[in-house]
Design a binder for this molecule. Structure first.
Ligand code: ZN
Length: 133
């Protein structure tokens, strides 16, 4: 079983907490097993971390420090968003989370974020449940 989440970002860079949407899917579909969360885009990422305002700012600033918006990027000659692709490759495209009794096994502070790196856009996230035999 799977579901496609449609997420509309509002900003060029955005950390969007999608934990509750994934949790809803898991409650309805998987008792024990895993859930795979996959982004279909080359300028987004998925991360698990804490939803704390200061930390979200720190994540943004760190990513822009590591990979500045402007550089001598070849891809910018055709698409002007090389930095978004480059940020994506140092993060994750796919997450796997264990499920026990219809609940994701996440730590107290762990939340699932879609990282928008080239918004605003409409994004599609695949959520696929696998039940253990
Ligand atoms: Zn591009």
């Amino acid at each position: 079983m799977y579901e496609i989440l449609t997420i509309k970002s509002k900003n060029e860079f955005e950390l969007i907490d999608i934990t509750d949407k994934v949790r809803e899917f898991v409650k309805r579909n998987v008792k024990n097993g895993i859930v795979i969360v996959f982004t279909k885009h080359t300028t987004t990422a998925l991360i698990i971390n804490e939803n704390e305002h200061g930390l979200l700012q720190d994540i943004k600033e760190t990513l822009f420090k590591l990979i500045p918006k402007r550089g001598n990027y070849k891809h910018d000659y055709i698409d002007n968003n090389a930095h978004s692709h480059l940020k994506s490759i140092i993060l994750n495209t796919c997450l796997v989370i264990p499920i026990i009794n219809n609940e994701m096994v996440l730590g107290t502070w762990q939340r699932i974020f879609l990282v928008e790196l080239d918004g605003p856009r409409e994004r599609k996230i695949i959520v696929k449940g696998i039940e253990e035999k």
